[in-house]
Design a binder for this molecule. Structure first.
Ligand code: NDP
Length: 315
């Protein structure tokens, strides 16, 4: 029988390409956890994922109720969960004012970090029951949150500070809408959320790897300059960004190649080490990459975990 992988945000870009790569292997059934049910169905058909290789289940990461309903609905399928991929993300680089999730968190951190944090915490119970050879949780990271790289040093840089904004609920009412307590900046909020993703993966690894045998990993698949992630950017940026990445930075990868890379992190026995942030070199060889000081700071990871637990109602 096929193994089961949940992918959030599988209706476009990297998530869709990964779903396709896994389905094409013939060994995987993909649960597409998506906020737009019809778009996900159409996308699966458009790229030719066979009907019996996927199931779309509604999941809006910007709402805790929706995340909880997703987990219930997934459990009703009675499939054994082998791999969870936290992939979905939103990015609002040109917004002047913050938008908010159902719980009132600034929407990029609310979706990219808080929604995934709740989902991942809830599904730990399901993942632990998987066979030993295959139990993985992947949280997609990014170079942009990593200030030890050139791309990560383009201002505004990610910085979680002392997390005072998050401690206050990130709601722009009795706290800042930014994790560090500063003024709203949409591009920075996205980068901060990706730092949270990478810190969360490492904290999961520290808390649960030895006890459960689950492999926790993150990755930077390369710059996939044509995905929907840049849909909210100004049109000149959207025109120039793909050729810039192709010919100048040479960091460009196609959606198909990025999907194959993430599918490796899902299923390749060679990529089973836990706590790793994977990247790929020019020849598409995978290697264990280093994270910036902030994105690998264990005290920050612990504090982020504790605050996120409190906001998600665990503590
Ligand atoms: P896309 O915008 O193409 O895909 C993002 C997906 O997330 C879409 O399926 C979108 O759904 C979904 N999504 C957004 N909000 C929610 C929500 N509230 N609930 C559920 N799903 C939601 O972008 P990418 O494929 O580029 O991004 C995928 C991941 O890759 C992200 O984690 C991103 O940070 C990361 N990444 C991307 C890079 C790039 O160069 N593109 C580089 C490094 C990392 P819908 O279709 O309904 O909009």
């Amino acid at each position: 029988t096929k193994s089961t992988c949940i992918i959030t945000g599988a209706s476009s870009g990297l998530g869709l390409a990964t779903a396709k790569a896994l389905a094409d292997s013939g060994e995987w059934h993909v649960i597409m956890a998506c906020r737009d049910f019809l778009k996900a169905e159409r996308a699966a058909r458009a790229v030719g994922i066979p009907k019996d290789s996927y199931t779309v289940i509604h999941c809006d990461l910007a709402s805790f109720d929706s995340v909880r309903a997703f987990v219930d609905n997934f459990r009703r399928t009675e499939r054994q969960l082998d791999v969870l991929v936290c992939n979905a993300a939103v990015y609002f680089p040109t917004d002047k004012e913050p938008k908010f999730s159902a719980e009132g968190f600034e929407l990029s951190v609310g979706t990219n970090h808080m929604g995934h944090f709740l989902l991942a915490r809830l599904l730990m119970e399901d993942l632990q029951k998987a066979k030993d050879s295959l139990k993985r949780m992947i949280i997609v990271g990014s170079i942009t949150g990593n200030s030890n790289t050139v791309a990560g040093n383009v201002p505004p840089k990610a910085n979680l500070g002392d997390l005072r904004g998050l401690a206050g609920g990130l709601n722009g009412v009795n706290s800042s809408s930014m994790i560090d307590g500063g003024e709203f900046d949409g591009a920075k909020a996205y980068k901060d959320s990706k730092v949270c993703n990478m810190l969360t993966m490492q904290e999961f690894h520290r808390r649960y790897h030895a006890e459960t045998g689950i492999t926790f990993s993150s990755l930077y698949p390369g710059c996939i300059a044509e995905t929907g992630l840049f849909r909210n950017h100004v049109s000149l940026f959207r025109t120039l960004f793909p050729p810039f990445q192709k010919y100048i930075t040479k960091g460009y990868v196609s959606e198909e190649e990025a999907g194959r890379r993430m599918a490796q992190v899902v299923s390749d026995p060679k990529l089973s080490k836990s706590g790793v942030y994977w990247s790929w070199n020019k020849d598409s060889g995978s290697f264990e990459n280093e994270l910036s000081d902030e994105a690998s700071n264990p005290e920050k990871a612990k504090r982020l975990w504790e605050l996120s637990e409190r906001l998600a109602g665990f503590a």
